[in-house]
Design a protein around this ligand. Structure first.
Ligand code: NAD
Ligand code: IPM
Ligand code: MN
Length: 372
């Protein structure tokens, strides 16, 4: 059997730390499920600027285009915050998304019941929260031309074509069909022409999905409702920048940015990355939460390689480890002892064996095993 090739782009800051644990889990899954996965690393972001003078070097471009899936950590380095655009780490990530044509970014937001006390929201508000943000990823303000600045003026351009809106809308409606049958499209149609086009196109596409209910919200109210009544959402469909903002906001429901994964999909190779960034303040300390990266590896198996069983095993292992009370610092409560990035990865690998049996009985949080 030819192996699946996975291009691994660890990136900057905590990226390499969390990706090392995702790799550990993928390797364990490969062994246990007898799936051949060939993982190779390539530079992106600030490390690539340092080594090749380019945040997305030719070597990395070639590798991702030939891969079956791409796993990415995070990019970003404060030392390059004032660098010209072509030398910014974020430019490498945007170029990667454009190169792969991954226009639909799926950001599932699942509240782990055992972490309900880690959210500032009242537990009753979190009950039943299970939503999916479908963020348009290769258009909008991030990519619009003209763009630029001089000393006294700057410009960015928000533009979408009907075709760009339609293809991502279809992804959202298809997803809602498999879920609870509700799409909430988020825009600013009371002000922006682009949003008016967005709303018209989404409404038209929605007619093809009679079994899915469609509602439209303005982004300001959507941001409020996401905190006030998060269980009211199923699939949130929105443009690039609104989706970026709303997904970090949604992390508050779950308890930490470090928990949330994503899958970016188009016609070809998919890109899988946690939604968080390079977290420079905690980089190098071995304390970052790797579960978002590990859950992204699960999405890679599910959406990128169509390996649903091993993906589900990883998700169950994450649930089991959390149910046992293991916590990295970002999700540790008062009185909880925390474990490091590497140990969290190791715990997930240990539970993988158990998770291969369907529905393992999660141990109660009141018996937190022998944590060190
Ligand atoms: P960030 O996501 O890096 O960090 C925000 C906060 O969340 C910080 O307090 C950080 O310590 C915490 N955090 C993030 N991930 C964590 C994890 N896995 N475990 C524990 N805590 C975690 O966002 P920021 O500080 O706004 O940006 C830092 C850099 O990352 C910038 O250069 C930015 O451009 C970049 N960035 C990159 C990506 C990406 O590569 N996809 C995403 C967001 C930000
Ligand atoms: C994300 C990040 C990126 C984005 C940045 C680093 C370009 O915030 O993946 O959410 O805005 O898309
Ligand atoms: Mn973001």
């Amino acid at each position: 059997m030819t192996p699946f090739t996975i291009a691994v782009l660890p990136g900057d800051g905590i990226g390499p730390e969390v990706i090392a644990e995702a790799e550990r889990v993928l390797e364990a899954v490969g062994e246990r499920f007898k799936v051949k996965l060939a993982l190779s690393r390539f530079p992106i972001g600030a490390v690539a600027v340092a080594s090749a003078g380019d945040p997305l070097p030719a070597e990395t471009r070639a590798a991702v285009q030939g891969a079956d899936a791409v796993l990415l950590g995070a990019v970003g380095d404060p030392s390059l915050d004032k660098a010209p655009r072509h030398l910014r780490p974020e430019t490498g990530l945007l170029a990667l998304r454009a190169l792969l044509g991954v226009y639909a970014n799926l950001r599932p937001v699942t509240v782990y019941a055992v972490l309900a006390d880690r959210s500032p929201l009242k537990p009753e508000r979190l009950h039943g929260v299970d939503l999916l943000i479908v963020r348009e990823l290769t258009g909008g303000l991030y990519y619009g031309e003209p763009r630029g600045r001089d000393e006294t003026r700057a410009v960015n351009t928000l533009t979408y074509s009907a075709a760009e809106v339609e293809r991502v809308a279809r992804v959202a409606f298809e997803a809602a069909r498999e879920r609870r049958g509700l799409v909430t499209s988020v825009d600013k149609a009371n002000v922006l022409e682009v949003s008016q086009l967005w709303r018209d196109v989404v409404t038209r596409v929605g007619r093809d999905y009679a079994d899915v209910r469609l509602e439209h919200l303005y982004v300001d109210f959507a941001a409020m409702k996401l905190i006030a009544e998060p269980a009211a959402f199923d699939v949130i469909l929105t443009e690039n920048m609104f989706g970026d903002i709303l997904s970090d906001e949604a992390a508050v429901l779950v308890g930490s940015l470090g928990l949330l994964p994503s899958a970016s999909l188009g016609a070809g190779t998919g890109l899988f990355e946690p939604i968080h960034g390079s977290a420079p303040a905690i980089a190098g300390q071995g304390i970052a939460n790797p579960l978002g990266a590990i859950a992204s590896a699960a999405m890679l198996l599910r959406h990128g390689l169509r390996l649903a069983e091993p993906a589900a095993a990883i998700d169950r292992a994450i649930q089991a480890v959390l149910a046992e009370g293991y916590r990295t610092r970002d999700i540790a409560g008062p009185g909880d002892q925390s474990i490091g990035t590497k140990e969290m990865g190791e715990r997930v690998v240990e539970r993988l064996g158990e998770a291969m049996r369907p529905s393992p009985p999660p141990r109660s949080r009141s018996t937190p095993a022998s944590r060190t």
